[in-house]
Write a protein that binds this ligand. Sequence first.
Ligand code: CIR
Length: 253
Amino acid sequence: MFTHAVARKPGENFASGLTTSTNPVKPDYERILQQHAAYVATLRDIGLEIVVMDPLPDHPDAYFVEDTAVVTPDIAVITNPGADSRKGETASIGRMMSQFRDIRHIQAPGTIDGGDVLMVSKHFFIGISERTNQEGARQLGTILEEFGNTWVTVPVGAGLHFKSSVNYIGKDTLLVTQDFADHNLLNKYSQIIVDPDENYAANTLYVNDHLIVPAGFPKTRRQLEKLKFAIVEMDVSEVAKMDGGLTCMSLRF
Ligand code: CIR
């Protein structure tokens, strides 16, 4: 069970963040503020004590706090994000997380984006992507092992991060895109495979027996209903335009 979360309000310049989206409709600040406020309220309703940090004017992607730390019951590992424009986001997260956990750091040339790290109880999948490299994975894995965890690396062929395509949704089940469906490292878990037109919905957030799902993916929602968890649907249109999703906007612990 998670008891806490950390998030950060999007800044006015959020639309200057990194994106590969080709959506011709420009991201809208008022809408993302509403979407972010609804997200924070949802986590609070689920029972988490949530801290919302201020925007970082020099870092338009800073509200994607998930990428800046890997938090376990034992430790918070502050990452070295793979994109240069995001490296300056970590110092304030380190200060915040030191109130809750002992802190370790990933050191260059190692890079990790938290969006590539999936925790399933005491086992960690670390996606090797354009943002997360082998050296970062080795450093993170070594720290995780100290606390009795196991880990494995997985190449991320498609999508920005591993968790753009694979998430743990409770009951020993992973929600995966077709690209990861037959992956030998994932097949000891039950799997729900998202329909290829609904790949974005693979980024569903499981928190304390609730599933927070992006709005607009009815086939995935129907499949998730089988798990019998409470489902909360959220509009994250403006977040998606910046290549982000539901898991990216908080650290849960
Ligand atoms: C970036 O490209 O870094 C941001 N625009 C999106 C990060 C999304 N984070 C995540 O999936 N964990």
